[in-house]
Design a protein around this ligand. Structure first.
Ligand SMILES: [Fe+2]
Ligand SMILES: [Fe+2]
Length: 169
């Protein structure tokens, strides 16, 4: 086993966090889909796929380093939102929380001298910079658009962001 013992429980906790984020983004996507805001819905469906892939990166890393990942249950999620800005603010809060979690994992990898885990986590460090930036910009765009959410739909259509389906990315 090359992973340091003390990393295992926090890594399992991160698998739960990433799968939870994935499911939460489906709930947010469904909220927008129900409002016929198809571009925003598509954005959050893509985000959900990304979060699932984040969880799978942790699953694969644990198996590669000799630890057995524990696939978690998903906690209760939020399915009701007051308005689009509320939904995106909630997504931004979630990304900020995950950023704190990743930073704590990096701290632990340093104190444990787990260089492989540290190297693995560096990808997530910058991924979180992008996630927080993307969500901050989307929230700001919604606020600027006011009541005209079709402007936001147009913005998302022209900026599919890090949804993974943009061939130019
Ligand atoms: Fe993530
Ligand atoms: Fe994320």
């Amino acid at each position: 086993m090359t992973i340091k013992q003390k990393m295992i429980e926090p890594f399992n906790a991160q698998i739960k966090s990433e799968f939870s984020a994935s499911a939460q983004y489906i709930a947010i996507a469904a909220y927008f889909d129900d409002l016929s805001l198809k571009e925003l819905a598509g954005f959050f469906y893509r985000q959900s796929e990304e979060e699932r892939e984040h969880a799978m990166k942790f699953v694969r890393f644990m198996l590669e380093t000799g630890a057995k990942p524990i696939i978690p249950s998903i906690p209760e999620l939020r399915n009701q939102f007051d308005n689009p800005a509320d939904a995106v603010q909630f997504a931004l809060d979630q990304e900020n929380k995950v950023t704190d979690e990743i930073n704590s994992l990096v701290d632990l990898s340093i104190s444990e001298g787990d260089h492989a885990a540290n190297n693995f986590l560096q990808w997530f460090v910058f991924e979180q910079v992008e996630e927080v930036d993307t969500m901050t910009t989307l929230l700001q765009t919604i606020k600027l658009a006011g009541n005209n959410l079709l402007l936001v739909e147009d913005y998302v259509r022209r900026n599919p962001q890090d949804g993974g389906e943009d061939p130019a990315a």
